[in-house]
Design a protein around this ligand. Structure first.
Ligand code: HSE
Length: 416
């Protein structure tokens, strides 16, 4: 029998206890030994808790219990989670987590600590909820050089964008609904501002390129500025708006960004709806492989955590061989040097003047016309491929012009 402890009895932590109880027999068969939750650490009081007999508020009861060999860290954040993880790894206990903030921030140190202590630090559930992606990258695709990753990595924002588009809900209503369903982070700004997706693409990139890609250096935008009007234009272009995390390897250089993008309906990612996540991995041997499934929620995420626990039970030796080198800062390409096609929506005072100005600044553009009331005083178009730096200069000039009232929005296009 293998005893484990769960640190943090929130959505995922309670899900882990539930999955282990529910699937006790099949889990035991697969692991080769029965897996038992011996303690659950949480400082909160829970009324009507089905796991009351396991609860403790005293961390020492977990750390000083030599019969507990694996800790599931589902506390989240970096404060207590970081100290507890270090303490566990350095005292010979393996750790499994769904905590992307901790992995994205302290991954190199914690992986090294696990290896040095011959224990494991596994985090399948930190990206893509229930979708297997960390292990496939580390193992099944290990023969490939990974050239790029593109994914919808945040269920909450995909749920919000889908509800806005399909049901005409406003942003606030759709967010509230996502929170009630348990998809959103405690602080929803990390979802809607793209921070959660940024941490996840940082983790996937670090695994793929075997070098630590620092989330703080990834250009990130969220979905707060996306409106129902933008969605109407996207529809007119036979496309949808998605929050996409992208990472590419160019020789020695790496580029990563998280932004809303316009995805053509013919692309696979355009059809990923609601809370679902999808990740396309491009390898130099396999070509494109797509991973799809529920990217958030109690039981899908818990299932990924428990799979890591099973993996550790089956492989007593450390399987944290993946140590991320801290890379040279210059290897991360600055967003200004990258190129995109952009959708631009202008509120104009003078249509003809605006068209002439745009043409004089960036040449011919592809006009997008909507027969809707709100679009009457707008000039919307798609640019050719342009560098971010030139685009910023272009927008600055538009903002200074007296034929334009304001730049209503700009959104990049995604090319698979
Ligand atoms: N808040 C996250 C999401 C949960 O919506 O994707 C899973 O990491």
């Amino acid at each position: 029998m293998v005893n484990i402890a769960v640190l943090g009895y929130g959505v995922v932590g309670s899900g882990v206890v539930e999955v282990i109880k529910k699937n006790r027999h099949s889990i035991g068969t697969r692991a080769g030994e029965e897996i038992k939750v011996k303690k659950v650490l949480d400082i909160r009081d829970f009324t009507d808790c089905p796991d009351a007999e396991l609860m403790t508020k005293d961390a020492e009861e977990v750390f000083k219990d030599d019969s507990i060999s694996i800790l599931v860290e589902t506390i989240g954040g970096t404060k207590f989670a970081y100290d507890f993880t270090r303490r566990a790894l350095s005292s010979g206990k393996s750790v499994v987590t769904s905590n992307k903030e901790l992995v994205a921030t302290h991954g190199p140190e914690l992986l090294k600590m696990a290896r040095d202590n011959n224990v494991s630090y596994l985090f399948e559930a930190s990206v893509g909820g229930g979708i297997p992606i960390v292990r496939p990258l580390n193992q099944c695709l290990a023969a490939n050089e990974i050239i790029g990753i593109a994914g919808i990595l945040n269920g909450t924002t995909n749920y919000i964008l889908t509800s806005m588009r399909k049901e005409g809900k406003d942003f606030g209503e759709a967010l509230k609904d996502a929170q009630e369903k348990g998809y959103a982070e405690a602080d929803p700004s990390s979802d809607i501002d793209g921070v959660d997706a940024c941490r996840k693409i940082a983790i996937l990139s670090s695994i793929s390129y075997n070098e630590f890609v620092d989330a703080n250096r990834i250009y990130t935008e969220g979905i707060r500025e996306i409106t129902l009007e933008d969605m109407q234009y996207a529809k007119e272009m036979d496309s949808k708006i998605k929050l996409l995390a992208i990472s590419r390897r160019y020789g020695e250089n790496i580029f990563a960004r998280v932004t809303p993008v316009i995805v053509n309906n013919s692309g696979q990612l355009a059809n990923v709806e609601g809370v679902f996540n999808a990740i396309i991995v491009r390898g130099n041997a396999i070509g494109d492989a797509m991973f799809y499934g529920r990217g958030a929620g109690k039981l899908p995420t818990a299932s990924a955590v428990v799979a890591d626990v099973i993996d550790i039970v089956k492989h007593v030796e450390s399987n944290s061989n993946n140590v991320w080198k801290i890379m040279n800062e210059n290897n991360i390409v600055n967003i200004d040097e990258t190129e995109s096609e952009f959708f631009v929506r202008l509120k104009v005072k003078n249509h003809e003047g605006a068209e002439k100005l745009v043409k004089s600044l960036i040449g011919d553009v592809e006009k997008v016309v909507l027969q809707m009331d709100f679009a009457k005083d707008e000039y919307a178009f798609k640019t050719d491929v342009i560098t971010e730096k030139s685009f910023k200069g272009f927008i600055k000039k538009l903002n200074q012009s007296d034929v334009i009232e304001k730049v209503a929005n700009t959104i990049r296009f995604f090319e698979e």
